[in-house]
Structures are given as structure tokens and as C-alpha cells.
Design a protein around this ligand. Structure first.
Ligand code: GLN
Length: 449
């Protein structure tokens, strides 16, 4: 704990932690030491983690990196967090992120942008950017993030670490601040696959507080990390031919594909004409869900309330509070989501996007009926410069082109490091697996690493 506290102190300029629980973590460390001596320690004894500021932790601040949750403290602990605490993990602090997990660069935080440890003039990715940098810069051993459209995997790729999005419904969302409820997943960011497997195994499984969680038994992922056979792997032809793909990323991806072939696996290109519909489908449906989820932040129930001198009536209170409390990106998405759900446009956008979601699911399942995995770069480019894409929303959305598919269809997906660009920036490769087959996915990822 002392070591990590020092690393956090040395790297303050990266803007990773919103709050560090130094005294609490040191005290916990002593307790864990005692438990180890008495042979009563849990499975995560000795693991020091950070938690993204969207997961509730009783009597600790919780803000989704937003002004609207100013000074808010949670009265309960998220199930995923509680389960790791029960195994004696030590939580060292609460990590910065994009406001309400909306973003691909961690530039949308009310607390300022987070910086990439590999190059501080570059973004770490988002929205769990700080959680990835914390692991990259050795400020903690692992982080817990959330992935609605790549927010664990995309920053993991930009920071050269591992990020896992489990199957939708595998881990309870109780205590995770909702962004888009039918997409949101809790996921670990780690340096090695064994730690990711262990954290997943501990967090996953039925929860009486979240009826959408699967009741399927949770396999011992961490005890099963041997690849079982020669696999059949597909990649989408369109993905590796897409215009925005950087030469470095393309090269590293093909090198990996060729290496897999040399190892005796089958790797084949498949046509995926729906690729261009992934982002529109994702952004229509997630903004719709977000506009509904974020209606609870009204100045009455939580956190920030606009100053009394400005308030004339209740509606006015809502408007002022929300206009002042939410940042620009969050307001933009609430407006877009409200628009696609409005009576006149509902069928043209929302219903249509739901139908396309189904098509994307069916077509990906079809590929996965003859292949074990779908492989792609995690992102089309390595980390970009801070400020480079902030003026152009569509360019920013393109950073998510390969990551959103897994959330649109619910499947498990992992990003692992795959070398570097010519100028030394980390590159990631992503593997998407079959629903609830995290075991196979993790074992394959370990082999691939
Ligand atoms: N970049 C995506 C978005 O802004 C993903 C965010 C996430 O997974 N939380 O919606």
C-alpha cells in the first residue's frame, strides 16, 4: 500500500485519482497482514485496487466525475465491489473517468482530463481512462471499471493493459451508476490474465439485488487458463480494410493473425456488411437509455442543487440544476436520447435501431456458430492527443467502432496488449467470444498474450 501511495503521489499530474483513501488502506493492510498470519485471509488478500467513480462504496464519495453529484456519498456498496472486499481486497481510491461514463478519451470529466502514462500529451481512452492509467503506471495492481461500449477495453488498449467485458448479466449492476442499462457491464482492468480471471470469478454470479443477473453457475475461470484445442477464428474483412485504421494497428493485427496460423489455428476473413451500422445503433440506443436513466438527477434527490436565489418554481429548479450540474457531453446525449424517444421520431430511430440490434446479434451469432472467436484490433488508432478530437464528435465516436459490437449483442470480449506503434504507443487486440464462455475466452487470451 505504501508503494502504491508513493506511485500515486509521483504521478499526480496524470489526474487519475479523485480521492485516495490513504489512512483507510494502510489500516486495512495491517488487518490483512493479521489475517494472513492467522490463515483466515480471503482470496484477494494482498491485492490493491482502484475503483472507477461509478461504482458505489458505502460512506465514500460517488460522483460519476460529475458536478451534479457534488459531495454525494453512497449509502451502500455495489455488489461487485462488496464481493471483492469480502475477499480482502484493499481499495486505495476512487478513480477519475468521463462524466457518467460518456466518452472515449477521459476528457469529459468535471475534474479535468486524465493523461496517458506512455505520453502525457495523449489521452488514456475512455471512459475508464484513469482506471487503465492507474494499472499502466503501477498506482494499483488492478482496477474495476465499467464497459457500456468499450469503456474498459478501449482505454486498456491505449494504455497497454488488459480489459475484460464479461457477458451482459454475468456481473450484478447493483450499485453501478446506470448509463445505458441494457449495455452496462462491470469489468476488471489488470496486467495479467490470471488476475482478470480471478476478479471476474469473484464478482460474477446471481445477486438478489439485480434480477437481470444470470443465475448460471460461475466456472472457476482462474483455474482453467489452458487453451483446449486448435481454434477457429474469424475476423471481419471490412474491419481491417476500414479507412480510419492506422498502418501500425493494421500491421500488428496481421502479425498476430499470421502467428496464430503458424501455431496451427484456423484464421479466416468473413464478410460483415453491418459494420457501418454498429456505431449509429449503439449511439441511438445508449443515448435513449441514458436520457431516461439520468432523469433522476434533478436537484432534489442527490448532490448538486442550483442556488436558491435563481429558483422560481420546481420546473425552474430542475432546469437550472441540470443545466449547471451536467457537462456539455452529458447534456448533448440527454437531448439526443430525448429526441430519438420523442413521439414523432420514436419509430424512425429508436424502434429501427432495436431492429438493427437484433440483426447485429443474429449475424454475429451466425459467425460464432462456425468459429470460436471473432478477432479485431481494439481501436483503429493508438492513443490520440488531448484536444485532438474534442471539436469533432463523429471522429471521437469512431474510436469506438470495434468495441461497441460486444455491448450491442451482450457477448464477452477482452482487449490485450499487442505491441506498439512506431512511436512507442501501446496497441491492443480484441477477442470476442460466445455468451457465457469467458473460460474459453480467457484461456485463449492468455495463450495469445
Ligand atoms: N465511448 C463510449 C461512449 O461514450 C463508451 C462508453 C462506455 O463504455 N461507458 O458511449
Amino acid at each position: 500500500v505504501k508503494y502504491y501511495l508513493q506511485r500515486i503521489e509521483e504521478n499526480k499530474n496524470l489526474n487519475v485519482f479523485l480521492e485516495v483513501y490513504a489512512d483507510e488502506a494502510l489500516k486495512q493492510a495491517e488487518e490483512v497482514d493479521n489475517k494472513i498470519r492467522n490463515n483466515t485471509a480471503g482470496r484477494l488478500a494482498g491485492m490493491v485496487i482502484g475503483v472507477k467513480d461509478v461504482l458505489a462504496h458505502q460512506n465514500h464519495g460517488l460522483q460519476a466525475a460529475s458536478k451534479i453529484l457534488d459531495k454525494f456519498e453512497s449509502q451502500f456498496t455495489a455488489t461487485a465491489v462488496q464481493r471483492v472486499i469480502d475477499q480482502d481486497v484493499i481499495i486505495i481510491g476512487r478513480q477519475n473517468c468521463d462524466e457518467f461514463a460518456m466518452g472515449s478519451s477521459n476528457e469529459n470529466s468535471a475534474f479535468g482530463p486524465v493523461r496517458n502514462y506512455a505520453d502525457a500529451s495523449r489521452v488514456p481512452g475512455g471512459s475508464s481512462g484513469a482506471s487503465a492509467v492507474a494499472v499502466q503506471a503501477d498506482m494499483c495492481l488492478a482496477s474495476l471499471g465499467s464497459d457500456t461500449g468499450g469503456s474498459v477495453r478501449q482505454p486498456a488498449a491505449f494504455c497497454g493493459v488488459i480489459g475484460v467485458k464479461p457477458t451482459y448479466s454475468r456481473i450484478s449492476r447493483w450499485g453501478l451508476i446506470a448509463y445505458a442499462s441494457s449495455f452496462d457491464c462491470v469489468g476488471p482492468i489488470t496486467r495479467d490474465i490470471d488476475d482478470a480471471a480471478l476478479l471476474l470469478e469473484i464478482m460474477a454470479g446471481a445477486d438478489e439485488y439485480d434480477t437481470t443477473v444470470s443465475t448460471k453457475p460461475v466456472p472457476a475461470y482462474s483455474a482453467n487458463l489452458e487453451p483446449k484445442k486448435h481454434y477457429r477464428i474469424a475476423y471481419m474483412r471490412e474491419a481491417l480494410e476500414s479507412e480510419g485504421l492506422s498502418e501500425d494497428v493494421k500491421q500488428r493485427t496481421f502479425e498476430k493473425i499470421n502467428w496464430l496460423k503458424d501455431q496451427g489455428h484456423v484464421v479466416e476473413a468473413v464478410d460483415y456488411p453491418l459494420l457501418k451500422y454498429l456505431l449509429p445503433t449503439y449511439y441511438i440506443l445508449t443515448t435513449a437509455e441514458a436520457s431516461s436513466n439520468l432523469s433522476r438527477f434533478d436537484g432534489v434527490k442527490y448532490g448538486y442543487r442550483a442556488g436558491a436565489e435563481k429558483i422560481k418554481n420546481l420546473e425552474n429548479l430542475y432546469k437550472k440544476t441540470r443545466a449547471e450540474g451536467f457537462g456539455a457531453e452529458v447534456r448533448r446525449r440527454i437531448i439526443l436520447g430525448t429526441f430519438v424517444l420523442s413521439a414523432d421520431y420514436y419509430d424512425a430511430y429508436y424502434t429501427k435501431a432495436q431492429r438493427v440490434r437484433r440483426l447485429i446479434k443474429e449475424s454475429t451469432d451466425k459467425i460464432l456458430s462456425t468459429y470460436d472467436f471473432l478477432i479485431s484490433p481494439t481501436t483503429p488508432t493508438p492513443a490520440f492527443k488531448i484536444g485532438e478530437k474534442s471539436e469533432d464528435q463523429l471522429q471521437m465516436f469512431l474510436a469506438d467502432i470495434f468495441t461497441v459490437q460486444a455491448n450491442v449483442i451482450g457477448n464477452p470480449c477482452i482487449s490485450i496488449p499487442n505491441g506498439q506503434s512506431a512511436d512507442g504507443l501501446p496497441i491492443g487486440i480484441q477477442v470476442l467470444g460466445k455468451n457465457f464462455e469467458e473460460s474459453e475466452l480467457l484461456a485463449f487470451a492468455k495463450f495469445l498474450q
